[in-house]
Design a protein around this ligand. Sequence first.
Ligand SMILES: Nc1ncnc2c1ncn2[C@@H]1O[C@H](COP(=O)(O)OP(=O)(O)O)[C@@H](O)[C@H]1O
Ligand SMILES: [Mg+2]
Length: 264
Amino acid sequence: MTTEGAADIGLVGVGKTFGEGTSAVRAIGEATLDMPRGEFVSLLGPSGCGKTTLLRIIAGLERPSEGEVIVRGRSVWRGGRRLAEATRPISMMFQAARLFPWYSVAENIALPLRIQGVAKAERRERAHALCETVGLKGFEEARPTALSGGMKQRASLARALITDPQVLLLDEPFGALDAMTRDALNLELLAICEAAKVTTILVTHSITEAAFLSDRVVVLAARPARITEIVEMPFAHPRTLAVQESAEFRDMLHHLRERLTGAH
Ligand SMILES: Nc1ncnc2c1ncn2[C@@H]1O[C@H](COP(=O)(O)OP(=O)(O)O)[C@@H](O)[C@H]1O
Ligand SMILES: [Mg+2]
């Protein structure tokens, strides 16, 4: 049951098997999780443990083999069919930036608004404002080919944010970035998510990033793909990078690292 103030995202026994018989691959099994509005959760686990598959199922891009996904009280999958209404509050940022080379950076960022039929002047204004937020000021009219890998990721993040999503799904968004850029974008992301109470699921390989950003970290294991543990991050909000220097934070990294290696 979903009630007022209860789970914003609910996963109930979600599983996915690709293929059949001897070639069947169990991509994710029995994933169950309730996230209240505004919660930030990270998925941490080895390659192939089903992180991308789980995000795609939540976003309505991949059909689950079993289980149920509920977003803001609506079931995303009903009888194997996607309910478009249910996925409307969701924005997903993919592992690869996927920018269109023939559009400018601002036009790429504004694309979801164009699909929604928002007028050109407003699209431009909002895209330019977000360029400033993600550190792309001055590159609004550049082509994506002129951007570095990290800048493409920023543009991709801005595009995910432009519709003011209530649910944000991020698939290894900052993996290609240098540590300083990553820290800066992490702080920006935290501020945006906290201010707008965005319910966020982040896939990352970085234990530090997961611990710093999250309210809870979901540890996954491969073969069979499953959730092995859900760990609360007790650090106070608003968080600053100074948190990372505390003994409490270092102990948490140690704990997560042990869980992660123990989960293989
Ligand atoms: N479209 C697909 N068809 C067949 N197998 C797939 C497909 N997508 C993913 N898989 C398999 O499912 C498992 C989980 O993949 P994925 O969700 O991409 O893992 P992760 O993102 O954690 O690395 C892997 O074994 C992968 O090979
Ligand atoms: Mg993946």
